[in-house]
Design a protein around this ligand. Structure first.
Ligand code: PNS
Length: 169
């Protein structure tokens, strides 16, 4: 491909606690647009008491993205803007599920651009996953609900293993 898009490195950041089919859909679509996509797992999610530790979140993402030659998985501490600069990335990619996502994401995009001079591009989440979030998945799963339609089989296996280890219901 000619033009700047031919050498764009995109960062797709998130907590991924756990990765959902919505996340995987954004990764798949980003991988068709950008030559290199780094899925960047934040070390300390905003939410306290993460269900999965960093190694687990990275491992799930690696296993779920093996089919993409141009997707890699990494992690970062602190500011996303600093990671974006250190990774020499050109763009941040985020998924937007609903209009209310846009409000906070707009502020993040402005701040990240001010801090790193890197723009954020948004992909509309697939409508099938517009209501799917990691926190909702965890809540439903821990109360015994079936989340198999909303997470990849690998993630479901990790959730099952975690339930047995931690004794969480
Ligand atoms: O999956 P999430 O929890 O919605 O992802 C949020 C994430 C990791 C993208 C956001 O919390 C983030 O960028 N954290 C790093 C700290 C930071 O840079 N904060 C200022 C954002 S402008």
């Amino acid at each position: 491909m000619n033009g700047p898009i031919g050498r764009v490195h995109a960062i797709y950041p998130g907590s991924f606690d756990p990765p959902t089919n919505g996340h995987l859909d954004v990764i798949a679509r980003a991988a068709t647009i950008f030559p290199l996509v780094t899925v960047a797992v934040v070390v300390n999610p905003q939410k306290r008491d993460p269900f999965f530790n960093l190694d687990e979140r990275e491992e799930m993402l690696r296993r779920c993205t093996t089919e993409y030659g141009n997707v890699r998985v990494a992690h970062f501490r602190g500011l996303l803007a600093e990671f974006v600069k250190s990774a020499d990335a050109d763009v941040i990619v985020k998924g937007l599920r609903v209009v209310s996502d846009f409000e906070s994401e707009m502020a993040f995009a402005h701040m990240n651009r001010a801090l790193s001079n890197v723009d954020t591009m948004f992909l509309m989440s697939d409508s099938a996953y517009s209501f799917v979030s990691s926190s909702l998945i965890k809540e439903v799963y821990l109360q015994g609900g079936d989340v198999s339609k909303y997470v990849p089989p690998t993630v479901l296996e990790f959730m099952e293993a975690k339930r047995h280890v931690t004794g969480r219901k």
